[in-house]
Design a protein. Structure first.
Length: 283
């Protein structure tokens, strides 16, 4: 793909991301980075803006996106999972992030695998075929190389799943509240930070390290996990929360400050360990 076509694609994806978030929330968001909140408080991290920034900072042929995806994507067997309140939402977060990475890597085969897993996990959660119709569109557009449409459809698929989870799980009961979306977002951010920090640690410079600086976002994700009232003692919730507490300190540098190479490597180490632990713990 020629340079001007790559730039056009990046612009279209950023516009698509902004439009998608604004449409889903009924709000006029002004930028892709601004479009991260749901219902005024929930965080919806999307790592694609950081992937684009890494290309811009390092050069488009520097990062082996397919290699990184192959190494770090989360291997999930939906048939082994049944925990609708914690385990499956966490795996959905991981696999949705993997799907975003597959779009960046232009890896149609891996994206199909992600869509298959998202569809299967969604069905276990009670999401209907009608709600999951966009999974088929994701696969179809990927097969045709229509990556901007893939990006849109994956985002809409995530929104469809979120709406079902919010309807069926994020409500009070005798056992308390189980806001599974908060687990999904924390897990999705963790996998995105794993990809980003791994790439930055392999190509360290102060500019790229600055992409990891988001202490308020990390603090908010951790706060949201603390509100998972009747499952806050679940292993995955504790694993994610403990990691977010450490990561908040590592990414909390002054505006314009630098995250050291040592701390970037630590972020990559923590995120990789935590994602692996969550996968091993998921039921």
């Amino acid at each position: 793909m020629h340079t001007h076509k790559r730039r056009l694609f990046r612009i279209l994806v950023l516009i698509a991301g902004t439009t998608l978030s604004a449409f889903a929330q009924g709000e006029g968001k002004t930028s892709f980075n601004d479009a991260k909140t749901i219902d005024g408080s929930m965080i919806r991290p999307n790592p694609y803006d950081k992937f684009i920034a890494l290309d811009d900072a390092l050069g488009e042929n520097t990062v082996d996106w397919r290699g990184i995806l192959s190494t770090l994507q989360v291997d999930v067997n939906p048939e082994d999972l049944s925990d609708k309140e914690v385990g499956i939402p966490a795996m959905l977060g991981f696999r949705i992030c993997d799907g975003v990475m597959a779009i960046k890597a232009r890896d149609a085969e891996m994206l199909r695998a992600c869509a298959d897993d998202i569809e299967a996990l969604g069905k276990i959660m009670g999401v209907t075929d009608g709600d999951l119709r966009r999974a088929k569109l994701v696969r179809s557009y990927a097969d045709r190389g229509l990556w901007t449409r893939v990006f849109l459809e994956l985002g809409f698929l995530q929104q469809d799943i979120e709406n079902v989870l919010k309807r069926d799980f994020d409500k009070s009961s005798e056992k308390g509240t189980v806001p599974v979306g908060k687990i999904l977002y924390a897990a999705g951010w963790m996998q995105g930070a794993r990809y980003t920090s791994t790439i930055i640690s392999q190509n360290y410079n102060p500019t790229t390290a600055g992409l990891l600086r988001e202490p308020r976002l990390v603090a908010e994700l951790n706060k949201q996990l603390g509100e998972v009232s009747n499952r806050k003692d679940a292993d995955i919730v504790k694993i994610l929360s403990t990691a977010l507490t450490e990561l908040e300190q590592l990414v909390d540098v002054p505006m314009g400050g630098k995250i050291s190479e040592k701390n970037v490597k630590r972020i990559a180490e923590v995120t990789s360990t935590i994602v692996s632990k969550c996968r091993e713990t998921a039921k």
